[in-house]
Design a protein around this ligand. Structure first.
Ligand code: SF4
Length: 160
């Protein structure tokens, strides 16, 4: 792990910041990385959204489109929360850059943190290829983005 510095989605470290007030703790992240190796926050909280909050989805587009103002993030109550998502993504990037982060481990499927699949905007559970707003911004800035599953898979391979 030498030379790599990580940004980690706060919910993966056990912080109860998800829309439903829960976390998505992945114990291996806490046990495998030493605190000096990573920084963390929740982009949606940093963007000003509360916990709990209604779930939100990018409307049939990807995070890059939201950053370019070509698509919106709408919550299940119909509120346009795109600005909060963009603001949170830039807050996450500022923290990452301040700490010379090289890699980000971001929660899969989230409209902020997802990096391979995201929900399609219909609130039916259907997913499309794409990335969340924070993941898109990180990639644009050259940070390597992994889901927690990809990180754990890579960890298993290095332990063989
Ligand atoms: Fe976790 Fe990211 Fe959602 Fe915050 S925005 S709860 S860090 S997946």
């Amino acid at each position: 792990m030498t030379g790599k510095r990580y940004f980690i989605s706060a919910c993966l470290l056990g912080q109860k910041v998800r829309y439903d007030g829960q976390d998505c703790l992945v114990r291996e992240l806490v046990s495998d990385l030493i605190p000096d190796q990573y920084v963390s926050l929740c982009p949606e909280i940093s963007g000003g959204l509360p916990t709990p909050r209604p779930p939100a989805e990018i409307q049939n587009a990807s995070g890059r489109d939201v950053l370019n103002n070509h698509a919106t993030v709408i919550d299940r109550e119909g509120m346009n929360v795109s600005d909060a998502f963009i603001q949170g993504a830039y807050a996450a990037l500022a923290l990452a850059q301040e700490h010379q982060v090289t890699h980000a481990i971001l929660k899969a499927n989230s409209p902020s943190c997802g990096s391979d699949l995201i929900y399609d905007g219909t609130f039916t559970g259907d997913k499309i290829q794409g990335e969340g707003v924070t993941a898109a911004l990180f990639r644009k800035q050259g940070i390597v983005v992994l889901t927690e599953h990809e990180f754990l898979q890579a960890l298993k391979l290095t332990e063989r």
